[in-house]
Ligand binder design. Structure first.
Ligand SMILES: C[S@@+](CC[C@H](N)C(=O)[O-])C[C@H]1O[C@@H](n2cnc3c(N)ncnc32)[C@H](O)[C@@H]1O
Length: 278
């Protein structure tokens, strides 16, 4: 049976950085997917997760710096997929990695990832994903055991396998992302990725050389200890999904867990951090 979603059509002026901030805030209250368009963006939340006052605490809607208007209506999941096909532009990271849908032309770069995102976050368009791909480009992943927490479309796990990592576990709390990751893993002919639906509570005795977590500030803060316990000594933790201004609080928690900051990347006020376990 198709899920029913509520589609919000936001008209945003000026679009940046308001769109990024709005995406982050809506993500916190349960919106799952976002499609940018010329006037702003469409945002989707499952009807089961929706309530009348859901936008009451969305801070940016009351900002004097931007004009944001919206309306909303119910849509079936299948309509959403058509939206994606119309709006998903292929992208490239550092002229090395191409991320595209099956219906796009292949630009023949060194690495290619094919993603059919449907309702899941993770097409490489978002800064947080883009920076994670850049971090992964810099790492030697050959035969490294990797965990991708909050895998979305599976994009980062897939890229880790393309760069030689194995085995790889990919976990997402959301059923759609779980299903979509499995589809994308198959689409990219990956053989070393196992996808699970769940959260950090699934992590018990496993040990990884590299853990990738592009989620959000609060979940990273809550689960960093569990991630660190699953890291080998000298293991690497890549974190993304938060703003530059959140680095001090992330770093404070990281220090408590014997994690040492190695480097950061920033893009449009988003920050992504590379930590090493001491
Ligand atoms: C910002 S998206 C990142 C997707 C993809 N990894 C990427 O880099 O594009 C965050 C993902 O984390 C998932 N998520 C949220 N809370 C989670 C949790 N506590 N444990 C695992 N996954 C979670 C969401 O469903 C979403 O797919």
């Amino acid at each position: 049976m198709d899920n029913i979603y509520i589609e919000y059509d936001f008209k945003i002026s000026p679009k940046e950085p308001a769109t990024e901030i709005l995406v982050a805030e809506l993500g916190e209250v349960g919106f799952e997917s976002f499609v940018e368009n010329e006037t702003g963006m469409l945002a989707y939340i499952q009807k089961n997760d929706w309530f009348e006052t859901i936008l009451d605490d969305i801070f940016i809607l009351n900002s004097d710096e931007f004009e944001i208007e919206y309306d909303f209506h119910e849509v079936a999941q299948t309509n959403w997929n058509e939206e994606w096909e119309k709006n998903f532009e292929p992208i490239q990271v550092d002229d090395l990695v191409s991320i595209r849908a099956p219906f796009h032309e292949n630009p023949n770069l060194q690495y290619q990832i094919i993603i059919e995102p449907k309702m899941s976050f993770g097409t490489g368009h978002h800064e947080t994903t883009h920076m994670m791909i850049q971090h992964l480009l810099e790492l030697d992943l050959k035969n490294k055991k990797v965990l991708d927490m909050g895998c979305g479309t599976g994009i980062l796990a897939i890229f880790a396998e393309i760069k030689g990592a194995k085995p790889i576990d990919a976990i997402d709390i959301d059923e759609w992302c779980y299903t979509n990751s499995i589809e994308n893993v198959e689409r990219n002919n990956c053989n070393h990725i196992t996808v699970y639906q769940g959260d950090a509570s699934l992590l018990t005795n496993q040990k990884y050389d590299v853990i990738i977590a592009n989620i959000n500030r609060n979940i990273l803060l809550a689960d960093m200890k569990i991630y660190t316990n699953c890291l080998e000594k000298d293991g690497i933790l890549l974190l993304s999904g938060f703003y530059e201004e959140d680095l001090p609080i992330i770093d404070e928690e990281a220090s408590k867990n014997q994690l040492k900051l190695q480097k950061t990347k920033t893009k449009n006020q988003w920050l992504s951090a590379h930590y090493k376990k001491q």
